[in-house]
Design a binder for this molecule. Sequence first.
Ligand SMILES: Cc1ncc(COP(=O)(O)O)c(C=O)c1O
Length: 381
Amino acid sequence: MVDFLDAAMARQARGQDIIRMEVGEPVFELPPRVAEAARSAVDGDHKGYTSSLGIPPLRQAIADFYRHRYAVDLDPERVVVTTGSSAALGMVCDLLLNPGDRLLLTDPGYPCNANFVRRCDALPARIPVDAENHYQPTPSAVASHWQQGTRALLVASPSNPTGDVLDAAAITGLNECVRARDGWLIVDEIYHGLCYTDGGLSTALACGEDIIVINSFSKYFAMPGWRLGWMVLPETAIPPVRLMTQNFFISPPAIAQHAALAAFHPESLAEFDARRETLRQRRDFLVPALRELGFTISHFPPGAFYVYAGIDGLADDCEDLCWQLLDQAGVSVTPGTDFGNHRAHRHVRFSYTAEPLPRLKEAVRRLAGVLGKPIPTDART
Ligand SMILES: Cc1ncc(COP(=O)(O)O)c(C=O)c1O
């Protein structure tokens, strides 16, 4: 895996003007209430460990969030606050997998998942997903990849790197398929709240109490460095997970938890929701512009802040293309090979979270120059 993030940052440190489209984290100001809550937490007596499952008011606030936003009644006792969703993903693997077991993942998908599985001496088994199925697995694909020793299916909606989603019917179908095989469905909803289709998305929690849902303060809430996430588990999983959190982490970070409480204030939520429109405008510019440059994008990605683009006709290999774009255009993007094997070298991922619209237009103009294409109309001004 080549780290284009490091390569981009090294060039920036040398004074080069790099347009950062490899970044996977939102770059927005903290809402004033969140910043204020963090300052008060520092001034208050919050220097100690907290309950290993998270402070009760935050677990309650998360449960309330599901009620208000998704009309789902959730017992806060089923909510576990974690050190980023990374800790949740790792613990769910620890909970479900024994050595030699298999966990089904999508290819392409979030690259770290396979390593959480390997950490348990279990096997990540990848289901190739394509544009025809909006880069999400179907129940029949899951059934054909399910073998003895398979314990669970992990999907993300919206997903990284494609931004594709699963609606309630699709989640229900996957859950039925997995439950029929005595397995578990894990849904990573870390990009929830960043969905540009009307009405947003319904949470997997609405589709079954036995579905494991993971979320985070890193994307919609734009607090990635605060290292805070959560998971919602069936009641029976709470005692073993409590033991894990006590042993592995002691507790999630205290100051971050107190700051996160203010993220659920209506004013903060209104600010997060307003950013969705900013991101949607960037996506709506980028997709047609990249198509005009010759990238293949089968459909508008409905969520997250990524465009997974095919490079057939532009280059033979994604890593060579990424180096060319970085070196000659000063535009940093991520090669598809970071996200799996299935047709990965024929794709790159553009992220539109870190740069404002005028810089994305500048990026498209630079790409046109390097690729020898006319400047797309919308990038001319
Ligand atoms: C799909 C997905 N899941 C999980 C994570 C981990 O994020 P965090 O640990 O910051 O919550 C990421 C990070 O980019 C991601 O893209």
